[in-house]
Design a binder for this molecule. Structure first.
Ligand SMILES: Nc1nc2c(ncn2[C@@H]2O[C@H](COP(=O)(O)OP(=O)(O)OP(=O)(O)O)[C@@H](O)[C@H]2O)c(=O)[nH]1
Ligand SMILES: [Mg+2]
Length: 331
């Protein structure tokens, strides 16, 4: 299966993003902390080329804290980017951390010229929310569905930095079916592009493999069902009711599972792990700016952590937030 969901405004959005990149000092790529690989847009990687880049793993309050640490450690091996995790729970920390990183990455601008940064990424990952967090008030429209932002929006932060929000961007054809299904499961691809039973069956398989205990607890099951189909049937029997003739309402069961995964009802889940092979070059040579930033922000909260900390074996919870916390390290 290759999924095509490329609404008309995205052709224009891509063209406008390509035109914007050269004038920017920093590219802020927003990723969903539950999907740090699948929510990375190859179009953006190509457009930004060698621009300094901050990867912000948003919604880390919904992601598995141990997995977020593993992802930050993985990204710390990439000398071309700096990765942090964020959540809307701690806006002050996000503001402080991003301002400090951007200032460090755009020293060439000097003290008199405003730093320019753009925020980009796939739909619904929280780009406009991040703009609002950085502004300290609601200036950009946000919504819990993909493709809310249709045009670029430029704002000037209280500290003087010029920031541009951009529309969520997909690539014209997603050939990797698992990537498409993972993106749909977190709501970056609209429900209209796929059918719920296909999506929920995929989600159920993923959950049974990665978080069987959370599945058992949420749906009050005696044990983890053997197959994704069995799980959907159980959810159907317990929550969706039966149709005429005692048939399980699979469609409703599928909708329940998808919505509950998205909303974090099963707990904090991450749907993919970093590659097993870490980046192996120059592990002792993090760039000087990143070090300075880490020092300056040594008191930053656990909710916003930079990749250098994670790589150094920092075992703080990168995203202490509400909800169940499967992280045994958390103090
Ligand atoms: N739980 C949680 N939800 C978040 C966080 N950040 C954003 N959201 C929610 O995610 C949804 C999408 O947020 P937006 O800021 O509109 O996302 P976007 O990337 O601008 O989306 P498009 O403009 O459609 O590409 C909204 O319902 C936000 O409230 C977060 O840190 N945690
Ligand atoms: Mg938006």
């Amino acid at each position: 299966m290759s999924l095509q969901w490329y609404p008309g405004h995205m052709t224009k959005a891509r063209r406008e993003l390509a035109a914007l990149v050269p004038s920017q000092d920093v590219v802020i790529e927003v990723l969903d902390a539950r999907l740090p690989a699948s929510s990375g847009n190859p179009v953006l990687t190509e457009l930004r080329r060698a621009k300094p880049c901050i990867k912000v793993l948003t919604k880390s309050d919904l992601a598995d804290p141990a997995a977020t640490r593993a992802w930050l450690a993985y990204f710390a091996g990439d000398p071309a980017v700096t990765a942090i995790a964020s959540t809307t729970d701690r806006p002050q920390d996000t503001r402080k951390r991003i301002a400090s990183l951007c200032a460090g990455m755009a020293r060439h601008r000097g003290p008199d010229k405003a730093v320019r940064a753009l925020i980009a990424g796939v739909p619904n990952v929280g780009k406009s929310t991040l703009i609002n967090t950085l502004m300290g008030r609601a200036v950009a429209k946000v919504g819990d569905k993909p493709a809310v932002t249709k045009n670029q929006q430029r704002v000037v932060l209280p500290g003087g930095m010029v920031l541009t929000d951009t529309p969520g961007l997909m690539w014209p054809r997603i050939d990797d079916e698992d990537v498409a299904l993972r993106l749909a499961l977190v709501g970056s691809i609209p429900d209209t592009a796929l059918d719920y039973v296909t999506l929920a069956t995929f989600g159920a398989r993923l959950l049974l493999a990665r978080y069987p205990a959370e599945v058992v607890a949420r749906y009050k099951l005696p044990a983890a069902p053997a197959t994704p189909e069995d799980l959907l049937a159980e959810i159907g029997r317990r929550r969706a009711g039966l149709r005429a003739g005692g048939v399980v309402d699979l469609q409703t069961a599928a909708e329940i599972l998808v919505h509950e995964v998205r909303a974090g009802r099963l707990g904090r889940l991450t749907l993919e792990d970093p590659p097993a092979t870490a980046w192996t070059g120059a592990p002792d040579a993090p760039d000087a700016d990143a070090d300075a930033d880490a020092d300056a922000d040594a008191d930053a909260s656990d909710d916003v952590t930079d990749a250098t900390d994670a790589a150094a074996g920092d075992d703080r919870d990168p995203a202490a937030g509400p909800g169940p916390d499967p992280d045994p390290d958390r103090g």
